[in-house]
Design a protein around this ligand. Sequence first.
Ligand code: PEP
Ligand code: MG
Length: 591
Amino acid sequence: MTRIQGVGASEGVAAGRAWVASAQPSPGMLRRVPPERAEEELGRLERAIEAAAAELEAIRQAASGRLGPGHLYILDLGRLLLKDEMLIGEARRRIREEGLNAEWAVQAAVDHFAHFFETLEDPYFRDRRLDIGHAGERILRHLAESPPGGAGREPEEPAILVARDLTPADVAALSGGKILGFVTDLGGHTSHTAIMAQALGIPAVVGTGDASRRVATGDRLLVDGGAGTVLLNPSDEAVSAYRASLRPRQEVLEEEKTPIQRPAVTRDGVRVTLLANIGNDQELSLLPVSGVDGVGLYRSEWLYFNRPDFPSEEEHYASYLRLAQAARPKPAIIRTLDLGGDRGFPPAARRGRLEEGEPNPALGVRGIRFSLERPDIFKRQLRAILRASAEGGVALVYPMVTSLEELRRARALLEEAKEELRGEGRLFNESIQQGVVVETPAAALCADHLARHADFLAVGTNDLIQYTLAMDRADKGVADRYESLHPSVVRLLHGVAQASRSAGVPAIVCGELAGDPKSALYLVGLGFRSLSMALSKAPAVRRAIRRSALAQLEELAGAMLECESAQEVRALTSRKGRGAGRGRPSVRPAV
Ligand code: PEP
Ligand code: MG
């Protein structure tokens, strides 16, 4: 008997004969496509994508009786990736510009993006490279015109499927048939293949490395999906011992078993809303699977870069519509343009009033200051945001506000934009929510005033720390003194939390601090109930919150307010946060 160790992906024990699936499709030989044949090759690619999407749709239909909406989304993700501009656009580009044949173009696009995900620290997000690989694999199958269904035909007798890799759709398609369990070489316990197996109650071990090469069709196998163990040709005694340990499968709602779908609730029942900071369109494809409660900060500046002119209203609108649709039915908060400061200005703005240069960009025309100086540019964006709000869930937030006057002027411009749209008979949300980014000491100290005139506050800790400590967030020379837990910062945050509570206006923390598990806990202790962070940070923050009790966190926050130095504050959070992260919170903004 040989023992193969992998990762337990879906609990349960299964014993039976192995059925080794045919090898995965490969891109085959590289063929160069001359420019005059590029259109033809692009046509092949499009047809394969269409066939792959139709195949996934058929699998989804067939599985819809067995899967709840919480898991059908995995199959929807597969279809979304087949339409993903980032992935498919890259494949198209390689055909057009590099003269690759469609198979190689798809493989090159998959490798390119999979490599990016591989470098991510969080295992959940690292496993998303598998989703991209699965999309590519499905297209390759159709380019090769190999039989659909992924793992090939089904075995004649009930068997344990052994494969190099399986896509979630393969698992969904096979689950209605004769598969007792499965074992794969690739994959991790947060892969969608694993989540699908859990949902369908199929015992599974993934990530074995080489099981598909060590096992032959017909071998006897015992799969323990809890322990991640596979016994190859076990004795009858070993099988009996395992059988004795078989328990009736619990009728547990699978949503409950999927960590990513668990809400961020403290042990004593306080719900914290986790939102995503989104910095470009490409991140949107991850939203439906991230388990976050919406988009807390959409940094719209990306639309302005790498172009000589300002984006048109239609360009803004197209992006915001994509955002609203990706987030729906959850909220999406769009920050109006925050140009200037460390992110500079696009050429079109530089040619204007700023051509003489600014002595200190961080203290110059930034964020709302620029928007109010250029209402023509600002209104395009406001109109587009309003139009996208017809989709529901869209809100907007003004950056770098330091006075009530600025908020009033921004609101007045929004009213003008509404009036124009009404005149044109366009739809929008009349009561769209308007927030203020609290990221200067001025705004933090007057948060009570701002809260009376805004629908919500969004605390931008990256800039709030920079301006409170007078230390450039992008300057390496002061990086070691950019103390996110400086007592002055703690006091300001406490004041904002209190102002929001007294005014009955929600406050979201959207700086890097919110994505650091230890700091997130102290923010909850200070009174914040909404945290917005990079998508990759959400799983660790969720875990930390679920392991804590609010009473303790409030005690921690109370003690922090007494601290006289950042070191003292840090010592406190480290004690509480042990296990939720290691060492000094790394909360300097990525610049
Ligand atoms: C912040 O300042 O904390 C923030 C969220 O915005 P940005 O990092 O984009 O300035
Ligand atoms: Mg900011």
